[in-house]
Design a protein around this ligand. Structure first.
Ligand SMILES: [Zn+2]
Length: 296
């Protein structure tokens, strides 16, 4: 993504109907196309593209890619589908979160997907890919339109951002709680459903496969709750987002201790690029304010 490696994964499911899971943003399209070509897949060969949600680091490139792979059907949760057909609202919303300059440099332009190529899915649907099937789990929390996908034959689960971000060379799971619709209760529920369903490995979008299903799901649930609590307490003291970000950062710094002690090279910049602390703090602030307004 944006010229950097190991930020966003795109997975190829081989078979009679080759399928790409996640595309990354438009700044990843060249790398993904080149990767597919090196595996022998030309413009006519890709049958399906499936995305876990429409955040631009996952699906920003799907419009551009679908033009190149002109036979591929594009599968997405039904709440996300209208925004892939007409991305203007999605781009405006991402612009509010990232700012215009970062939006352009990280993700590039966002092309629409032709409506006749879009397929909407929801909880329990099965996406037929020739001899393989992907089962759809509706997993809101990180986003209201988020799905996880179970590869029926292996029990591997594509987790999108449901568990957060886990970079393989650092091996620290960090929650991703961006605005506008992070929901802690739904997020924990989704993680627990993924834990119950995953039979082999978790396939993170950021980044790669992980075998420690139980361990990662436990960490994901408990950190999500812990981070939300930190921000709730911070809100008792201040409304200032810079200050809340600082408090969240300080209270969670020890989550990297183990990696530090193991002598791993910790590239915080990659975590920050994917979901910055300030963005996480602002998502959690918004979550608590919404709850307070709803009188929950
Ligand atoms: Zn996301």
């Amino acid at each position: 993504m944006a010229g950097r490696s190991r930020l966003t994964s795109a997975y190829l499911l081989e078979g009679s109907e080759p399928t790409l899971v996640e595309t990354g943003p438009t700044t990843s399209v060249e790398a993904v196309t080149e990767g597919l070509r090196s595996l022998g897949l030309g413009p006519d060969d890709l049958a399906h593209i499936v995305v876990t949600h429409i955040h631009l680091d996952h699906a920003g490139g799907v419009g551009r890619l679908s033009r190149h792979f002109s036979r591929a059907l594009v599968w997405v949760h039904d709440r996300g589908a209208p925004h892939l057909a007409d991305p203007r609202k999605l781009v405006a919303s991402a612009g509010r979160v990232y700012g215009e300059e970062k939006l352009r440099s990280l993700f590039g332009p966002v092309d629409p997907v032709p409506s006749d190529r879009l397929r909407s899915v929801s909880e329990g649907d099965k996406i037929p890919l020739g001899e393989r099937t992907l089962e759809v789990m509706y997993t809101p929390g990180h986003a209201s339109h988020h799905i996880a996908l179970v590869d029926a034959s292996s029990g591997a689960v594509f987790t999108g951002d449901a568990l957060g971000i886990h970079l393989p060379d650092v091996q620290v799971l960090r929650p991703a709680t961006p605005p506008p619709d992070i929901d802690i209760e739904l997020g924990v529920e989704s993680i627990e459903r993924i834990r119950a369903r995953a039979e082999s490995i978790l396939l993170f979008s950021h980044f790669g496969p992980v075998r420690e299903v139980d361990e990662l799901c436990s960490i994901a649930s408990s950190r999500l709750r812990k981070w939300a609590d930190i921000v709730r307490h911070a809100l008792d003291q201040t409304d200032d987002l810079d200050r809340i970000t600082e408090l969240l950062e300080r209270a969670t710094a020890s989550e990297f201790d183990q990696a530090r002690e193991a002598g791993m090279a910790i590239d915080m910049d990659r975590y920050e690029t994917l979901s910055s602390m300030r963005m996480n703090a602002s998502g959690l602030v918004r979550y608590w304010k919404k709850r307070a307004e709803a009188g929950r």
